[in-house]
Design a protein around this ligand. Structure first.
Ligand SMILES: *Cc1c(COP(=O)(O)O)cnc(C)c1O
Length: 426
């Protein structure tokens, strides 16, 4: 089919993320991708190749069509693409769970493989509620979080997304009623810890867990905060008999400069979610890890099983991709790569502070953010970036990048120029 025909059919039949139907903006048709480049089926303003500044939403940290991950998936496909996970098990899933336990904070010992990030958050919540129910404290059924977060698009994760700025504003009243703290300030402020303490003191008998994105609030607004808040949360949760859940779906696997964002603070949650970069961006898979204590608590209850079991749980192809992607990450010097990207983003984006309409420029690890003082003109900003040969996907007042770790210095320079052009245009 010709590109124009495909795009007509796309417009007629295919929903895209956060889009109306039929779509109001024309997506770019991607024909293939390799390394950090997306190849378009037809040129846009004369451009056929785009440097990917988005890693396909935090996921493709090793770039596209990586020979090692390609080979691992192909090899696994030759043996089996999928078998059910109830009553059966297999090496790719076992190896993956073992690696995750090895590289995550020490007390996390057990792994539930989920089919997407949102589902791993659902499972985390279910674990926490079931833990307290099993311990005779079934009244602890609410979650506490801070404003400005994002935890996924399925129903219960939506209830802990930012209630105002987030994408789920329209469902207020229909969603579970959770406890919200103010958004965490960037710098450490003891008054904010007192605020968290006051909320936990007031709600401790009804709150099962605190769930937060550590260090960086991602899709909720690309905000950074002091690691000291994580240490404070750890102490407060322990003191108030509340479990602590870290959603590391975006921050995990080196993105913030530590392997996990929790490592900035040296604290361990009771439950942790990982996803996105887990499979190197190849296939949908996420995982919920928990401590032996959480698992033992659940198992001591009158219904000891964790009542969750997706059809495609532990999918061998996804697990093989994840094993290959984690192998690549751990055997190379990811820390040096992320530091190199951090330096390049900081230098390349600094001139953005002088652009009219730019409110803030911030960089942490391999994350670069240009925040405007107004809503981005998506069409104009995207066109400006594409004109610079770069793929960006701004949202709200944010033009941001989290490039693949394999991005060269030259391509990083293209990304930062494109971001500044997008900021000026949008
Ligand atoms: C993307 C994301 C999710 C949801 O993951 P999906 O795979 O899109 O369901 C949850 N939490 C955080 C922090 C995320 O960035």
């Amino acid at each position: 089919m010709r590109a124009a025909e495909l795009l007509d059919l796309d417009r007629e039949h295919v929903w895209h993320p956060y889009a109306p139907m039929p779509g109001t903006s024309r997506p770019l048709l991607v024909e293939s991708a390799s390394g950090v480049r997306l190849r378009l089926a037809e040129p846009v303003d004369g451009v056929t190749e785009l440097v990917d500044g988005m890693s396909s939403w935090w996921a493709a940290v090793h770039g596209y069509a990586h020979p090692v991950i390609d080979a691992a998936v192909r090899d696994q496909m030759g043996r089996m693409s999928h078998v059910m996970f109830a009553g059966l098990t297999h090496e790719p899933a076992i190896r993956l769970a073992h690696t995750l336990v090895e590289i995550t904070p020490e007390p996390l010992r057990h792994v539930f493989l989920a089919d997407s990030g949102s589902i791993s958050v659902e499972v985390a919540m279910k674990m926490c509620l079931q833990y307290w129910r099993a311990r005779g404290r079934g009244g602890k059924r609410r979650l506490l979080t801070w404003r400005g977060g994002y935890h996924g698009d399925t129903w219960h994760p939506m209830s802990v997304c930012d209630p105002e700025g987030g994408m789920h504003h329209m469902w207020q009243g229909a969603l579970a009623d959770q406890v919200f703290a103010d958004a965490p300030p960037r710098e450490f402020d003891p008054a904010y810890v007192e605020h968290l303490d006051a909320l936990l003191t007031r709600h401790r008998d009804e709150v099962a867990a605190v769930i937060v994105e550590p260090i960086v609030q991602n899709a909720g607004g690309m905000r950074f905060h002091s690691p000291r808040y994580l240490r404070a949360l750890r102490e407060l949760c322990t003191a108030h008999d509340v479990l602590l859940v870290f959603d590391e779906i975006a921050t995990g696997f080196g993105r913030t400069g530590e392997l996990f964002a929790a490592d900035h603070a040296g604290v361990s949650p009771d439950v942790m979610c990982v996803g996105k970069a887990l499979t190197g961006g190849y296939l949908s898979m996420a995982a919920t890890l928990c401590t032996a204590e959480v698992a033992a608590g659940i198992s001591a209850g009158d219904s000891p099983a964790l009542a969750h079991g997706p059809t495609f749980m532990g999918n061998p192809l996804a697990a093989a991709a994840a094993n290959a992607a984690l192998g690549l990450l751990l055997e190379q010097d990811w820390r040096a790569d992320v530091r190199r990207i951090e330096t390049a983003l900081a230098a390349g984006l600094a001139p953005g502070r002088a652009i009219t309409g730019v409110r803030d420029v911030r960089v942490l690890g391999a994350i670069g953010v240009v925040q405007l003082d107004h809503e981005v003109d998506m069409a104009a900003a995207t066109r400006a970036a594409v004109g610079h040969g770069v793929w960006l996907r701004p949202f709200r007042d944010l033009i941001y990048t989290m490039p693949p770790y394999v991005t060269s210095d030259e391509d990083l320079a293209a990304i930062t120029s494109a971001m500044l052009a997008a900021a000026a245009a949008g």
